[in-house]
Design a binder for this molecule. Structure first.
Ligand code: ATP
Ligand code: MG
Ligand code: MG
Length: 526
């Protein structure tokens, strides 16, 4: 079995592969790609390019001009490229509007579709109860005349839709005369005012799959009830058949994976935008510090299973840690409000710097400057654990003995240390991060941590999301970082020793602290 770069390989075999395999990823350009879309895109890419050496089509399913925008289309193309997915061809459902129109006329003429002006609520109720619409037995001429009104976008036209005449009471409700064309006289982002009618997903998906040469339509199994309908459309129109192969949606706890709901969060200002680090979009998780390698590995390992699971974020972040730990340069930060100033006896009178490795296990990362002097800052939390006379290790310096601890209540207000460089760093219990306050310009930084946007593990379809909004999802603390940090760029992933991994979101600029986002490592599942 073919393996992906990440070593994933699945036993599932698609049927009828002798004449080649063509798969497709059909996003609607109505939002940014989220991690669920990434799964669909990566699986189609894997089967087309890695398992069967076939063709991958990218098709923008742009049939609802009320929701779609150029901005989303461009972002989807960029995000796929970022994920390492290279479609062999890009098309738009709207490229086929003439064909689709013709196929709809054909359906009407052959008695396979009818125009219906039943209001939405009644139509839903009739469909639930298995009652035929009053319009079901209209003549072909009448149906064509209404379709023409729809095409013109007249008042009368906007009240109607076209439905496939499949069944009134099939136990599978997806077979109860689904809507195939709607009238919606709003401009389309590519075609302007050319059309007032737009095909539905249920109609254009099978038709365009068939005429574009798709051999295997891989889709999520929430569409399973609609598979017979997909097959019915192709049968009715005498079009080439397409194999449907379904896999499970990917869901995460306390996470919304629906463009409609994510759009609402963006519009309500719950988040900063589509690339918010709390968002499950490809851009959001990247901004939070996810690497493309980890994302691909994690998703491909999930594979094309059909079991719907509600994943925890722990595992994907743990996968990410494996990628970033070997390549994240190490720097130092101490929390601003909690620093203790310590004097160091035995340090040279004049501050100086030394070159030290950015990562002791990865020489490729080069060196950084470490400043040394007789005045250093340490974290209060560390100082509180010290006892007079104790030998500790100052990381990247050596051992020191705690000579004097000054306190005010339970707060440590000052420390006197004395270097003991001949001491064995392997024998001390405490390895302490510290920053020299002389010999370098300390960089003000903000360390930001995030929590999930919602408080409920699994949001149900009829839950009101607003009832489960997490009131506090952003936690900021101010710190001082070593002078090297001033030179970091947006997107750099680093470790502040003993504090965690961070991704630089905003570099240091005169007067404004650098902003770092904490990268989860899978310990808390955030
Ligand atoms: P959303 O509800 O987020 O808008 P969608 O399915 O309506 O999702 P599309 O743009 O139509 O969005 O999706 C493109 C492809 O991505 C489809 O084939 C769809 O099945 C797949 N997809 C969407 N969400 C997930 C998910 N959570 N897991 C796996 N695949 C998904
Ligand atoms: Mg969709
Ligand atoms: Mg959807």
């Amino acid at each position: 079995t073919a393996k992906s770069k990440e070593g994933a390989s699945y036993d599932i075999a698609l049927p009828d592969i002798e004449k080649g395999v063509v798969t497709r990823f059909p996003p609607e350009p109505s939002g940014y790609l989220h991690i669920g879309h990434a799964k669909a895109a990566l699986l189609n890419d894997y089967f087309a390019h890695e398992k069967y050496k076939g063709t991958l089509l990218l098709r923008f399913d742009d049939t609802n001009p009320s929701k779609e925008k150029e901005e989303f289309q461009d972002a989807i193309i960029e995000d796929l490229a970022l994920l390492g997915i290279k479609p062999d061809k890009t098309s738009y459902t709207s490229d086929y509007f003439d064909d689709l129109y013709g196929f709809c006329v054909q359906m009407i003429k052959e008695g396979n579709a009818y125009a219906d002006d039943t209001d939405q609520a009644t139509m839903r109720d009739e469909r639930m109860k298995g009652i035929a619409s009053k319009c079901r037995d209209r003549t072909v001429d009448m149906n064509l005349a209404v379709f023409e009104e729809m095409k013109k976008g007249t008042e009368k036209g906007t009240k109607s839709c076209i439905r496939a005449k499949i069944s009134v009471d099939n136990p599978n409700k997806a077979m109860r005369d689904p809507v195939i064309y709607r009238c919606n006289p709003v401009p389309h982002h590519r075609l302007g005012n050319k059309w007032n009618i737009y095909p539905t997903y249920d109609f254009c998906c099978p038709v365009v799959d068939s005429i574009e040469g798709v051999t295997h339509a891989l889709r999520t199994n929430e569409y399973r009830d609609r598979n017979p309908q997909y097959e019915w459309m192709l049968e009715a129109l005498g079009l080439r058949k397409v194999h449907i192969w379904d896999f499970a949606r990917m869901n995460f706890i306390r996470t919304l994976l629906s463009k409609r709901k994510l759009t609402k969060f963006v519009d309500q200002g719950v988040v900063w935008g589509w690339d918010d680090p709390r968002f499950p979009t490809v851009r959001g998780i990247r901004r939070r510090g996810m690497t493309v390698g980890a994302l691909r590995e994690f998703i491909l390992k999930q594979g094309p299973s059909r079991n719907i699971v509600n994943l925890d974020w722990t595992l994907i972040w743990a996968t990410n840690k494996k990628y970033i730990d070997p390549i994240a340069p190490r720097y130092t930060a101490v929390l601003k409000e909690d620093t203790v100033t310590a004097t160091v006896k035995g340090a040279l009178a004049k501050p100086y710097t030394e070159d030290r490795p950015r990562h002791v296990k990865n020489a490729d990362l080069g060196t950084k400057k470490v400043a040394y002097s007789s005045t250093i800052l340490v974290d209060q939390e560390d100082a509180k654990t010290f006892k007079e006379g104790e030998e500790i290790t100052l990381m990247a310096w050596g051992n020191a003995i705690v000579r004097k601890i000054s306190t005010s209540g339970s707060t440590i207000t000052g420390l006197e240390l004395e270097l003991h460089l001949q001491g064995d760093v392997k024998k001390t219990e405490k390895k302490i991060t510290w920053l020299s306050s002389e010999g370098q310009t300390l960089v003000p930084v903000e360390l930001v941590d995030f929590d999930h946007l919602i408080t409920k593990d699994k949001i149900e379809e009829d839950d009101n999301v607003d009832d489960f909004l997490n009131p506090k999802t952003e936690f900021r603390s101010e710190a001082w970082a070593d002078g090297n940090v001033a030179g970091l760029k947006v997107g750099d992933i680093i470790q502040f020793e003993r504090k965690g991994y961070f991704r630089l979101d905003r570099p240091y600029a005169e007067g404004k602290p650098a902003v770092f986002f904490n990268i989860p490592t899978g310990k808390t599942g955030k």
